[in-house]
Design a protein. Structure first.
Length: 178
C-alpha cells in the first residue's frame, strides 16, 4: 500500500514535470462548458475549481456562456472585491471568450450580468511565476488542502488528452526508475 502510494506520488510528480515542459494549454473555466454562472454552492464555486488547477504563463482560459445573458469582465482586485462592474480593465461578451495569460500574478474576473458577481460568479486566477515554472516540482496539491478527492493537475478541463499522455509517460518512467 505504502509503495503503491509512493509510486503514485512519483507518477504525479513526473506528470507535473512532463506537463511543465509541454506547450501552453487551454482551460475551460469551471472544467466544462457553460460553467460561467452563479455557483449553486460555495463548494461548487469557480474559485474552488481554480485552486485545484495550475496556470502558467502562455495558458489560455476559455469561458463559454450565453452571450445574451452574461459577459466576462477583467477587473482590478478592488473591483473584484466590491463587485464593481463600472470600469473593467477588459470586457468580453462573445459567449466564447478566450483570454491568454501572458504574465504571472493574479487575474480577477467577474460576471458583467446584473447582481451575478455578488452571488459568487467571480474568479481569481493566479499564474505561477517563470521561476516556479522552471522548477516544475512545486508540491502537488494534497487532497487535505482542498477537502475533496485527490485532484491531480491532469484532471482539469482541456488538458485531459495531454494529461493522459503525461500519465502514461509518468507511469512508464516510474516503471523504469523503480
Ligand atoms: C465545449 O464546446 C466546444 C464547442 O462548442 C467543444 O469543442 C468543446 O470540446 C467543449 N469543451 C468541453 C470541455 O466540453
Ligand atoms: C465603482 O468604480 C468607479 C470607478 O472606479 C467609481 O467611480 C464608483 O464609485 C465605484 N462604485 C462603487 C459602488 O464603489
Amino acid at each position: 500500500m505504502a509503495s503503491h502510494k509512493a509510486a503514485l506520488l512519483s507518477s504525479v510528480l513526473l506528470v507535473s514535470l512532463f506537463v511543465t515542459f509541454t506547450e501552453a494549454r487551454e482551460f475551460v473555466v469551471g472544467g466544462k462548458n457553460n460553467s460561467w454562472k452563479i455557483p449553486s454552492s460555495e463548494s461548487d464555486s469557480l474559485n474552488k475549481w481554480a485552486e485545484a488547477s495550475r496556470f502558467r504563463v502562455g495558458d489560455t482560459l476559455v469561458w463559454t456562456y450565453d452571450p445574451k445573458k452574461d459577459s466576462v469582465l477583467q477587473v482590478t482586485k478592488k473591483d473584484y472585491e466590491t463587485c464593481n462592474t463600472s470600469s473593467p480593465l477588459a470586457t468580453y461578451k462573445d459567449g466564447n471568450t478566450k483570454v491568454k495569460l501572458d504574465k504571472s500574478g493574479p487575474y480577477y474576473f467577474i460576471s458583467g450580468a446584473d447582481g451575478h458577481c455578488k452571488q459568487g460568479q467571480k474568479l481569481i486566477i493566479v499564474v505561477m511565476s517563470k521561476r516556479s515554472q522552471s522548477m516544475g516540482i512545486s508540491p502537488a496539491p494534497s487532497p487535505v488542502e482542498f477537502g475533496g478527492p485527490a485532484v491531480a493537475p491532469t484532471s482539469t478541463g482541456g488538458v485531459t488528452l495531454r494529461g493522459g499522455l503525461g500519465l502514461i509517460f509518468g507511469v512508464l518512467t516510474g516503471m523504469i526508475l523503480f
